[in-house]
Write a protein that binds this ligand. Structure first.
Ligand SMILES: *[C@@H]1O[C@H](CO)[C@@H](O)[C@H](O)[C@H]1NC(C)=O
Ligand SMILES: *[C@@H]1O[C@H](CO)[C@@H](O)[C@H](O)[C@H]1NC(C)=O
Ligand SMILES: *[C@@H]1O[C@H](CO)[C@@H](O)[C@H](O)[C@H]1NC(C)=O
Length: 439
């Protein structure tokens, strides 16, 4: 009995102490916020060099206000430090890191760019992320779709009969327009096989067999949705839409652009792409076919069947219910960033800054990113080849990812020791591991 009573008193005291502690820290937190509100705005510091802008200004984001700068000497007063993924440098992080420094990462590219980005050892050091993954704090999954209106608009949509009348050789009418010819997804290897079975018009530099009209040649890479280009593409029945790497939710204009112009995408990339189609069936998925020969046969049949062909174009042809995917609809209405908003406030950078500004103002409970925030497989996935062999560039990408894993581990060690280090010190850790195959 006495023991039990003592235990009860003891644990009550413990709970009380815990509560007081909690309240105390809450008050400190509130006080902290109020103090910074009453004086200068909270500061966000872009750590990344080589950004195409220089500024130091107060940014108003709705009811929030932050000072956004890229002057490194302001590190001590910064509440959040911002990094742009593609320009990260392994030897350039702001250490020692104080407790008040939240780190925020904006990285919309695939792991082709930064091989250590997918690893937990790296991501766990960030408190706020914006990537293509639906699990990041500011997801960019639909960033390459200009708007819901473009998806359902009939502006560029050609009828099946018109598309058929354009053909002067036996062909399912497929367009391929890519100029990155060495991809983690094995795009060119797969296309080489497909092009042995069916006619494909290839206008980019990969497997090039046709020239774009002169008026399009200059800016087709910079102006992905120019009206001229959209009109040109809309004549086709199918468009190759193979991403340069396979990651969950890594979806680019390759998927959205054909949908915008009423052309059926032949897609390979995000394994969960079905979550983002406007209707249950809006794209042909490469992974549904054992190989390119089977896909080629299917395209030949489909290209001659109007009813079946148009059943992929419900987002254009069903005027009463064009977007039947609730998740996509919700996303299109609520997400703060889609390309195609021409004002500075609509730019990706400013949308990101405002999201971090809001986060840094409230902060709330401790949070850190994990591998889901940049949801990529650690071994590259590629389109299935007839030969059943892997693409010959795959060995290269696999070892690049292994080096990435090594880099992530070393970064973790440096970040944990929380002391400044140089690129040379980083290399001194990395190189022997690569040489001895200890990644
Ligand atoms: C065309 O596709 C429809 C299904 O959408 C099918 O019922 C029909 O038999 C097909 N026609 C031909 C000629 O294969
Ligand atoms: C459009 O979609 C709705 C909902 O799925 C369906 O009931 C209707 O029959 C479709 N209309 C046409 C013309 O396909
Ligand atoms: C931010 O992330 C770091 C590293 O994971 C962590 O130690 C820190 O507690 C986090 N801060 C907040 C406010 O979530």
């Amino acid at each position: 009995m006495r023991l039990a009573r003592r235990w009860i008193i003891g644990s009550t005291c413990l709970i009380l102490v815990g509560l007081l502690h909690f309240v105390y820290w809450d008050l400190v937190e509130v006080f902290d916020i109020e103090q910074s509100e009453s004086s200068a705005p909270i500061e966000l510091l872009w750590w990344t060099r080589h950004m195409p802008w220089v500024y130091d200004e107060v940014r108003r984001c709705g009811v929030f206000e932050c000072r956004v700068t890229n002057k490194r000497k302001r590190l001590a007063s910064a509440r959040a430090v911002l990094f742009y993924g593609t320009f990260l440098e392994t030897g350039d992080f702001p250490l020692p890191r104080s407790l008040q420094h939240s780190w925020a990462l904006l990285h919309e590219e695939s792991p082709k760019n930064v091989a250590y980005a997918p690893f937990d050892d790296f991501l766990q050091h960030f408190n706020f992320t914006s990537t293509f993954s639906r699990y990041s704090d500011l997801p960019l999954t639909t960033q390459w779709l200009p708007s819901a209106h473009d998806l359902i608009s009939m502006d560029y949509t050609m009828s099946f009969d018109f598309k058929s009348s354009n053909l002067n050789v036996a062909s399912p009418s497929v367009v391929f327009l890519n100029s990155d010819c060495d991809t983690m997804s094995g795009r060119e290897h797969y296309m080489k096989e497909l092009m042995r079975h069916i006619n494909v018009d290839s206008f980019g530099s990969c497997l090039h067999n046709k020239d774009l009209p002169a008026s399009l040649q200059k800016d087709y890479m910079d102006n992905l949705y120019s009206p001229k280009l959209l009109r040109f593409l809309s004549r086709y029945k199918f468009m190759i839409a193979i991403e340069n790497a396979v990651c969950e939710d890594y979806i680019t204009e390759k998927f959205w652009r054909p949908l915008v112009v009423g052309v059926i995408p032949i897609y390979f990339g995000s394994p969960s792409i079905r979550d983002w189609q406007p209707q249950k069936k809006s794209a042909i998925l490469v992974k549904d076919f054992p190989n390119a020969a089977a896909l080629g046969r299917y395209l030949m049949d489909l290209s001659e069947n109007k009813t079946e062909y148009d059943s992929f174009r419900g987002h254009k042809l069903n005027r009463s219910h064009p977007i039947q995917n609730e998740k996509l609809l919700h996303n299109l209405i609520t997400y703060p960033y889609h390309m195609g908003v021409p004002t500075p406030e609509g730019s990706l950078i400013q949308v990101f800054e405002c999201a971090v500004c809001k986060y840094a103002t409230y902060r709330g409970p401790i949070r850190r990113a994990n591998a889901r925030h940049y949801n990529c497989p650690l071994v590259p996935i590629y389109a299935p080849l007839e030969s059943k062999k892997e693409p010959n560039s795959l060995a290269h990408w696999r070892s690049a990812m292994k080096v990435g894993q090594c880099q992530a581990r070393i970064l973790k060690t440096f970040f944990s020791s929380n002391k400044p280090y140089s690129e040379a010190q980083f290399a001194a850790e990395l190189n022997p591991r690569i040489a001895e195959d200890r990644c």
